[in-house]
Design a protein around this ligand. Structure first.
Ligand code: FAD
Length: 290
C-alpha cells in the first residue's frame, strides 16, 4: 500500500493556533513539519492520523540564536539551516558533523529539528547529538510550557514523553566555555541511516577531562547516551588507554539488534570504536590539532 488513507488537513498560522487545533482535533491528529518521516509512515499506513496539522507557516520557530548562555534552535529550523549556521558551528561542531551525514540535500532542506526529535527513530542522528550535549527541549501546550532534558524526552523507539496536545518548540544547549565536540557515523552507503553513530563533547582543564558527554544512535543505548562511560572519563587525562576503556564502557551501555546492517557483535565493536574516535577528535579540536 503506497498511498495514505484519507486524511483531513489543517494549516496552523501560529504556535497558539497549532496548540488550539491539537486540543480541538484530539489524539488522532498529528503535526506535520518536513513530512519526511510522517508521510512515508502514512503511505505504508503505519501511521493513520485523522487529521494532519501543517506547521510549515510557523517561520518564527525557524531560528538559531544564543540566549541566556544557551544555544537555542527553533523546532522549525531545517537540517540545512542548522548546517548553514555559523553560530551553531562556533559553539557545537558536533551538529555540523552530524548534519553533513544526515540523508541527502533534499531531505535536509525539508526535515526539521522538531520533527527529528519527535519522530524518535532509534537511528535518529539528532537524538544522539541532543543526548551527547545534554540538551533540553521546550514543550508547549495550551496549559503552559515545560522544559525536559533530551535524555528524558525519548521513552523508547518511536515514543516520547510529548503529550497529545503538546508541541516541541525549541532545543536548548548550555554553552560550555572551551567545549569541543565531534560526531561520526558508519553507514552502508551515502544518504543511508546509521549502522552505528556516536557523538561527544569534552571540556579539558589542565590536560584533564573536566566534563564530557557521549551520545550513541542505532545501538539501542537507553536515552541515546552512555553515562557510565562519561563518569569514568571525568577527571582523567584523555590517553589512549583511558579512551579505550571509555569506549568499552560505552559499548556496554548498548543493546543493538542484528539486522540487514550487521550482526550484534559488529555493532558493539562500532560502539566502542566510534566513541573513541569522537572523543579523540574532540580532544584534537581542543588542542587545535583538527
Ligand atoms: P515530520 O515527518 O513532519 O514529523 C515526524 C513526527 O514528528 C510526526 O509524528 C510529527 O507529528 C511530529 N512532529 C513534527 N514536528 C513536531 C513538533 N514541532 N512538535 C511535536 N511533534 C512534531 N534522519 C536521520 O537522523 N538520519 C538519517 O540518515 C536520515 N535519513 C533519511 C533518509 C530519507 C530518505 C528520509 C526520507 C528521511 C531521513 N531521515 C534521517 C529523517 C529526516 O531527518 C526527517 O526530516 C526527520 O526525521 C523528521 O523531520 P520532519 O520535519 O520531516 O518531521
Amino acid at each position: 500500500m503506497q498511498t495514505p488513507a484519507p486524511v483531513d488537513y489543517a494549516r496552523a498560522t501560529s504556535v497558539e493556533h497549532a496548540l488550539e487545533l491539537l486540543e480541538r482535533l484530539g489524539p488522532e491528529s498529528r503535526l506535520i513539519a518536513g513530512g519526511h518521516s510522517l508521510l512515508p509512515m502514512m503511505r505504508i499506513r503505519l501511521a493513520q492520523p485523522e487529521c494532519v496539522i501543517d506547521i510549515n507557516d510557523l517561520t518564527d520557530l525557524d531560528y538559531v540564536r544564543v540566549e541566556g548562555g544557551e544555544l537555542c534552535i527553533g523546532a522549525m529550523t531545517r537540517h540545512a539551516g542548522v548546517l548553514d549556521s555559523p553560530v551553531v558551528g562556533e559553539h557545537y561542531t558536533i551538529f555540523h558533523d552530524a548534519e553533513r551525514l544526515i540523508a541527502d540535500p533534499p531531505v535536509r532542506n525539508r526535515g526539521t529539528v522538531g520533527g527529528s526529535f519527535c519522530q524518535a527513530d532509534p537511528a535518529e542522528d539528532l537524538a544522539a547529538v541532543g543526548s551527547a550535549v545534554k540538551a533540553s527541549v521546550v514543550l508547549r501546550s495550551s496549559q503552559g510550557t515545560r522544559t525536559v532534558p533530551a535524555r528524558e524526552f525519548h521513552a523508547g523507539p518511536y515514543e516520547t514523553v510529548l503529550g497529545d496536545a503538546e508541541m516541541l518548540t525549541e532545543l536548548r544547549v548550555p554553552i560550555r566555555p572551551g567545549a569541543t565536540s565531534a560526531y561520526t557515523k558508519v553507514k552502508r552507503k551515502s544518504g543511508d541511516w546509521a549502522t552505528a553513530a556516536a557523538g561527544a563533547y569534552v571540556v579539558l582543564r589542565d590536560g584533564v577531562v573536566a566534563d564530557v558527554g557521549i551520545g550513541l544512535t542505532a545501538l539501542g543505548a537507553p536515552h541515546f547516551c552512555a553515562e557510565e562511560a562519561e563518569a569514568y572519563l571525568v577527571g582523567k587525562e584523555p590517553t589512549e588507554e583511558h579512551l579505550a576503556e571509555t569506549g568499552r564502557l560505552a559499548a556496554q551501555a548498548c543493546n543493538p539488534r542484528a539486522d540487514q546492517r550487521g550482526p550484534v557483535e559488529y555493532k558493539l565493536h562500532l560502539a566502542g570504536e566510534l566513541t573513541q574516535r569522537v572523543l579523540r577528535q574532540s580532544v584534537a579540536r581542543a588542542e587545535g590539532r583538527a
